[in-house]
Design a protein around this ligand. Structure first.
Ligand code: KIV
Length: 268
């Protein structure tokens, strides 16, 4: 049975964890879906791990639509959620509706994710009102990298933790169906998880969130840039791919691949 948006809230009620990974293409989406991942997030992290940008800031709506469409083709059971890139939802609710609508209509996503708390509640309300489900994102906000001055852990001080909880409540009241908590202390994530009725999806936020998300390229050991220390690497695909490509290079150079066809038996 395909996962639908309301199922995630039921999971929280039942105390069943929600498993989220990022995906950016149809093949990976198919593999992760087959493995039982509940939500495939087409994260704007694709800017860094797929497109080679230095941050998520340059990612465009067209790039997100292109990759979301590929993931939607590969996903059968998992819910597909697409990130709204920087400046596609902050200018006005009307622009946000138009842009989020394209991620659903052209990209095939079932929902969108956007960063921020009370600063974006008007946008969240408007999107939800017109039928576009929204996942929030609090704590470390990669699209605000220039404001934060780096990828630093958030809500370390009690007053920051209180603001985070207020933001989470505001997102729930605006109609968001879930909220990502990125790089916040485990105790803060636990308090937010207990303080709201919608699921929290943690990344670097300890074990007590209602679900967990990781960047698939990080947990598969495929991205050879900076990988945050909280990431558990379940594979080392960068090494596997490099070794396979090296073996191919050596075989072709040495004339071992392709093998010469077997000689036909001589006829008299
Ligand atoms: O872009 C992304 O991959 C994300 C996750 C890290 C939550 O937002």
């Amino acid at each position: 049975m395909p996962i639908r948006v309301p199922e995630l809230k039921d999971r929280k009620r039942r105390g069943e964890k929600i498993v989220v990974l990022t995906a950016y293409d149809a093949t990976m989406a198919r593999l992760l879906d087959r493995a039982g991942v509940d939500v495939l997030l087409v994260g704007d992290s694709l800017g860094m791990v797929v497109l080679g940008y230095g941050s998520t800031v340059p990612v465009t709506l067209e790039e997100m639509i292109h990759h979301t469409r590929a993931v939607s083709r590969g996903a059968e059971r998992a819910l597909v959620v697409a990130d709204m890139p920087f400046l596609t939802y902050q200018v006005s609710p009307a622009e946000a509706v138009r842009n989020a609508g394209r991620l659903l209509k052209d990209g095939g996503a079932a929902a969108v994710k956007l960063e921020g708390g009370r600063a974006v509640v008007d946008v969240v309300k408007r999107l939800v009102d017109v039928g576009i489900p929204v996942m929030g994102h609090l704590g470390l906000l990669p699209q605000s990298i220039h404001k934060m001055g780096g990828y630093v852990r958030q809500a370390k001080r009690p007053e920051e933790a209180a603001v985070l909880l207020e933001d989470a409540v505001a997102l729930e009241e605006a109609g968001a169906f879930a909220v990502v908590l990125e790089a916040v202390p485990a105790g803060v994530a636990r308090a937010v998880t207990a303080g709201i009725g919608i699921p929290t999806i943690g990344i670097g936020a300890g074990p007590d969130c209602d679900g967990q998300v990781l960047v698939s390229y990080d947990m598969l050991g495929l991205f050879d840039g900076f990988v945050p220390p909280f990431v558990k690497q379940y594979a080392h695909l960068a090494d596997t791919i490099t070794a396979a490509a090296q073996a191919y290079v050596e075989d072709v150079r040495a004339g071992r691949y392709p093998e010469a066809p077997a000689k036909a038996p001589a006829t008299t």
